[in-house]
Ligand binder design. Structure first.
Ligand code: NAD
Length: 424
């Protein structure tokens, strides 16, 4: 099997037996299969003799929020013209209708012997290997029955139901799945925000809801909003796809807006306890968009850090694997949690890294200027944190009384300082 990329450093790293990103288990997988795997920069070399060609290139959003399919088109244009029978399998997430366009482009190039199948990928970063090897379902949409059958047979060793559809439906299953998961997150975040106002605890609410078999427990964890390279763009793709097709997808507008506002709620929580943030020191713990990945794409930490800088705070940050130094200018980065919280007026749990479960220690309390923990992931036990001498504020849970406010300042400023327009 040949893997082709266009970035020489990535191919060199892979050839050296290393993985150019952080994803648990991928290195062992590559190591175990090294005899059967080759890495190359050359498209023709990668495709030579292949029965299946998987397109797995990135499909980022354009400035308009639509899918930028330029890499998909480049990969297809680079297919050598040959009469060899092969099946092009689309793994990248693409708008509905892409398969039709690819089919037409292949035919126009005389590649009518090349089959086409949509086989969307549902893995999540951080658990990618398990998700890929043990998926909940395999979706295959093809124009020709024989192509669908061949792609299904490729998955013969995988114990999962296969959903065979037309190409457009397969493309839609992927977009609709991510949009629905994002909707659940925005929904529980709004429930959390209301819980704060009415004195309910969202963790208990989510548990009580999730035990209903019609609802289920997954994706009902409130937090600082979703990020990553998939949900934000895929929801935008679906919203715009609907709009471009003449339908106003109202619900998704709300899902997106709730998520954007959620990323900023931590700022209000900090102001509630600290008053103005100008000159205050805030420690951001975790920068990756979620634990077990180094992916910073659309990470809530980026929005949060930018807002805090705009409010005049000194921002210190830590993440065990994600390197945000090229993205976040004006933030100081530290190697340990303890170093990061030293002298801080607040420690904010932004990513649910396991290392942060022991955050509420004596060392942390003594190192901080103000023992305030804002738990953006509800990772910690509020009672334990308070018993350890901290003021605790989670998401959708009862907050501590305002007992850490410096005497000279007022809590709950009705009109918080405006950030410079460029930061929004
Ligand atoms: N990351 C996820 O969790 C996830 C999950 C499911 C689906 N997807 C979808 O999979 C696709 C890829 O996502 P990703 O996160 O792996 O992106 P990525 O940016 O991490 O990786 C894409 C790779 O494709 C390479 N590339 C670009 N043009 C190429 C070309 N012409 N030939 C060969 N390689 C080329 C890039 O150099 C890069 O290494 C996207 O459509 C995404 O929506 C991603």
């Amino acid at each position: 099997m040949a893997v082709r990329d266009i970035v020489p450093e990535k191919v060199a790293t892979l050839r050296a037996g290393k993985v150019p990103f952080y994803e648990p288990g991928v290195d062992e997988l590559i190591d175990r299969n090294s005899e059967r795997l080759g890495f190359t920069l050359d498209a023709a070399e990668a495709v030579a003799g292949a029965e299946f060609v998987f397109i797995c290139v990135d499909t980022p959003p354009t400035y308009s929020g639509d899918a930028d399919l330029s890499r998909v088109w480049t990969a297809i244009e680079e297919l050598p013209v040959s009469r060899e029978r092969l099946i092009l399998v689309m793994k990248s997430t693409v708008p509905v209708g892409t398969g039709e366009k690819v089919r037409a482009a292949l035919d126009a190039r005389g590649l009518d012997s090349v089959g086409y199948a949509s086989n969307p990928e549902f893995l999540a970063e951080g658990t990618a290997v398990r998700d890929f090897l043990e998926p909940d379902r395999i979706v295959v949409g093809a124009f020709e029955e024989a192509d669908a059958e061949a792609v299904e047979q490729l998955h013969a060793g995988v114990d999962a139901p296969v959903v065979r559809t037309d190409v457009a439906s397969a493309e839609m299953i992927k977009l609709a799945s991510n949009a629905y998961l994002g909707t659940r997150i925005s929904f529980i975040n709004e429930i959390a925000n209301v819980c704060e106002l009415v004195g309910a605890d969202v963790n208990d609410v989510a548990r009580g809801m999730g035990l209903d078999a019609r609802i289920g427990r997954s994706y009902l964890r409130p937090g600082v909003g979703f990020g990553g390279s998939c949900f934000p763009k895929d929801i935008s793709f679906l919203k715009l796809l609907a709009g471009n097709s003449g339908y106003h997808f109202q619900l998704l507008n709300s899902v997106i807006e709730v998520n954007e506002l959620q990323k900023r709620r931590v700022v209000g929580k900090l102001q509630k306890h600290l008053g103005t943030l100008r000159g205050k020191t805030v420690a951001l713990l975790g920068l990756a968009f979620k634990a077990n990945t180094d992916d910073l794409r659309e990470a809530p930490s980026i929005v949060l850090a930018s807002r805090l800088l705009a409010e005049g705070a000194d921002v210190r940050a830590w993440d065990p694997v994600a390197d945000a130094s090229q993205v976040l200018k004006g933030v100081s980065f530290h190697d340990t949690v303890l170093e990061t919280v030293t002298g801080a007026d607040a420690a904010v749990v932004v990513t649910e890294w396991d290392q942060l479960r022991s955050l509420a220690s004596t060392d942390t309390r003594e190192a901080m200027r103000t023992p305030l923990i804002i738990d953006g992931r509800n990772l910690l036990d509020p009672d334990e944190v308070r018993a350890a001498g901290f003021t605790y504020e989670g998401i959708g849970r009862a907050s501590s009384p305002l007992d850490v406010l410096p005497e000279t300042e007022e809590p709950d400023q009705p009109f918080p300082e405006r950030a410079p327009a460029t930061e929004d």
